[in-house]
Design a protein around this ligand. Structure first.
Ligand code: PEP
Length: 254
């Protein structure tokens, strides 16, 4: 990990948290970050949309960043139940996850939709974290790198640069399962992603690539030390302040 790619540890709370729990968790993360000496990395939490304002207020001044978990491509309009990037920004978000595999699966999101969401994030002034990753069947068929390449090419908006976008590699079979690829498999996937990025952005070497999938305090140092890994996208373990802070701390030595 070079100094030019500032480590990013992002927590995806998914559909978890009521106001009281969210407040306690956000404050505990903010306190941990304030007590730390981690000037060299970014810590981001992505609560459910209705908690963004509350969480943004709770972490203000701590350096902890706040993001959304998804956004609609449009700025407003007749899209019942959806939320726009502008609304996330207005609520206090600076980042947004797009193309998470749970949305690709649950909501049928295609690469083209993910790309439109990343463009919406730019329109609103948010930094999109574009997620890609292979399923178990794709991995077993030996198609991992081909799938990553095709998802990346389909999901990346034209005009992407390192300052405007983060990519998260999340093998679908590793999310929430306790299973992880080996560090050499992670490094090979990230190296391939960076090679593909070279054809899509002028500064591929500076784009931050996060690994996501069953990252926890006990495996974070190893996964974060893998080649071309610039941080982590963390689901389950981001719901426990101690675990999440341990992951953020591990980025130090990555
Ligand atoms: C995720 O949902 O992005 C994720 C990586 O989940 P988990 O850490 O629980 O595997």
């Amino acid at each position: 990990m070079t100094r030019s790619r500032r480590p990013l540890i992002a927590g995806n709370w998914k559909m978890n948290g009521l106001r009281a729990d969210a407040l306690a968790l956000a404050k505990a993360v903010a306190d941990g970050v304030k007590r730390s000496s981690w000037g060299d990395r970014e810590v981001l939490i992505c609560p459910p949309a209705q908690l963004i304002g509350l969480v943004a207020d709770a972490v203000r001044g701590s350096g902890v960043l706040v993001g959304g978990q998804d956004c609609h491509p449009a700025a407003n309009g007749a899209h019942t139940g959806d939320i726009s990037a502008e609304m996330l920004r207005d609520a206090g978000a600076g980042h947004v996850i797009v193309g998470h595999s749970e949305r690709r699966t649950d909501c049928g999101e295609t690469d083209a939709i993910v790309r439109a969401k990343a463009e919406a994030a730019w329109r609103a002034g948010l930094l999109p974290i574009v997620c890609i990753g292979e399923t178990l069947a794709e991995r077993e068929a030996g198609r991992t790198l081909a799938v990553l390449e095709s998802q990346l090419k389909g999901s990346m908006p034209v005009g992407a640069t390192a300052a405007r976008l983060v990519v998260a590699y999340e093998p679908v079979w590793a999310i929430g399962t306790g299973k992880t690829p080996t560090t050499s498999e992670v490094a090979a996937a990230h190296a391939h992603i960076r090679r593909v990025l070279a054809g899509l952005t002028p500064d591929a070497g500076l784009v931050r690539l996060l690994y996501g999938g069953s990252v926890k305090g006990s495996n974070a140092a190893e996964l974060l030390a893998a080649g071309d890994v610039d941080g982590a996208l963390v689901g389950g373990a981001s719901l426990k302040a101690d675990e999440f802070l341990a992951i953020a701390k591990a980025a130090q030595s990555g």
